[in-house]
Design a protein around this ligand. Structure first.
Ligand SMILES: Nc1ncnc2c1ncn2[C@@H]1O[C@H](COP(=O)(O)OP(=O)(O)O)[C@@H](O)[C@H]1O
Ligand SMILES: [Mg+2]
Length: 263
C-alpha cells in the first residue's frame, strides 16, 4: 500500500540573517586617541556599518510526513526543531526549497500554556469554533460539517478518554500543566485537525505526566487516526514505544532513528 504524504519538504534550507554589531563601548576611548580627522571619518563610517551573517541550522532537508503516522523529531537545543515545525506547518517560509501540503488544517500543542486565562477549559476548547463561526457565517462559507451538537458530543467523548472531564468548568490557572496540555490535544481533536503538531509539550511535566501525555498522543494517533508530529527531548528508547517513526537532527539535516509498523 502506498503512503499518502500530507506534508512534503523538498531540499528545504532554513536560514536566519543575524546582524553583528560592533561593540560601541570602545568608541569614546578610541575617538579621543585620534587627532587625524580623515582617519576618524573613515573609522566612524566603518563603525556605523552593521555586518550581517547568515546562520543556517538546517539545509537540504527532504522529508515527507505521511498520513496516519506519529513522527517524532529529536535533537539538541538550538538544532532547529522548532524552526522545522514552523516550516512544516506553514508558519514560516523556508530560505530555500519547497514545502507542499495535502493536509488542510493543523492543531498545535505547545510547551507553553497557551489557553486563555479568562475562559474556562470548555470555553478554551471551543474557542476556535466560535472564532471560526464569527468569521465565516456572514459570507456563507462556514464549515457545513461542523455542527454544535456534534461538537459537544465529540468534546464529551474526548474529555472522558483523556481524563479531563473534571476540569471543564475550571480556569487554566487552577489546572495542572498536564491537564492543560491534554486540553490542547482535545481541542485539536475536537476541531478535527488533520495534523497535530506538538513542540516539546513534555517540558514542564514530571515523568508520570510525560508518560500520560505520550500515551494520549499515541491514542490520538491509533484510536482517532490523527497524524502527529511531535518535537521532543525525550530519549529515543522511550519514544519508540509511542511514535511510529523517529527522526533526529544531525549535521544540519535529518536522519531516521527508528521506524515501527507500516506508517
Ligand atoms: N528568529 C530567529 N532569528 C535568528 N536566529 C534564530 C531565530 N529563531 C531561531 N534562531 C536560531 O536558530 C537555531 C535553531 O533554533 P530552533 O529552531 O528554535 O531550535 P530548537 O527548537 O531545536 O531549540 C538556534 O540557534 C536559534 O538561536
Ligand atoms: Mg524549540
Amino acid at each position: 500500500m502506498s503512503l499518502k504524504w500530507l506534508i512534503k519538504l523538498e531540499d528545504v534550507t532554513i536560514s536566519y540573517k543575524m546582524d553583528v554589531h560592533q561593540n560601541p563601548s570602545r568608541l569614546p576611548n578610541l575617538a579621543s586617541w585620534i587627532s587625524n580627522k580623515i582617519t576618524r571619518a573613515i573609522i566612524d563610517q566603518s563603525l556605523q556599518q552593521k555586518t550581517s551573517r547568515i546562520f543556517t541550522p538546517l539545509s537540504g532537508i527532504n522529508l515527507d510526513v505521511n498520513e496516519g503516522e506519529f513522527l517524532s523529531i529529536s535533537g539538541p537545543n538550538g538544532s532547529g526543531k522548532t524552526s522545522l515545525l514552523k516550516v512544516m506547518s506553514g508558519i514560516m517560509q523556508p530560505f530555500k526549497g519547497k514545502v507542499s501540503w495535502q493536509a488542510i488544517n493543523f492543531g498545535f500543542v505547545s510547551q507553553y500554556q497557551i489557553l486563555l486565562p479568562e475562559l474556562n477549559i470548555r470555553e478554551n476548547i471551543l474557542l476556535p469554533f466560535y472564532l471560526y463561526k464569527e468569521r465565516h457565517e456572514h459570507n456563507g462559507t462556514f464549515l457545513e460539517n461542523l455542527n454544535i451538537d456534534d461538537l459537544h458530543k465529540k468534546l464529551d467523548d474526548y474529555v472522558k478518554r483523556f481524563k479531563i472531564e473534571d476540569i471543564l468548568e475550571k480556569h487554566p490557572a487552577t489546572c495542572s500543566i498536564g491537564q492543560q496540555q491534554r486540553a490542547l490535544l482535545v481541542r485539536a481533536l475536537t476541531m478535527d485537525r488533520d495534523v497535530i503538531f506538538a513542540d516539546e509539550p513534555e517540558q514542564n511535566l514530571d515523568s508520570d505526566g510525560r508518560i500520560e501525555l505520550f500515551l494520549s498522543f499515541k491514542e490520538a494517533n491509533t484510536a482517532f487516526k490523527k497524524t502527529i508530529v511531535l518535537v521532543t527531548q525525550e530519549h529515543p528508547d522511550v519514544l519508540k514505544k509511542y511514535a511510529s517513526r523517529g527522526i533526529k537532527i544531525k549535521d544540519n539535516n535529518v536522519v531516521e532513528i527508528f521506524h515501527n509498523g507500516n506508517n
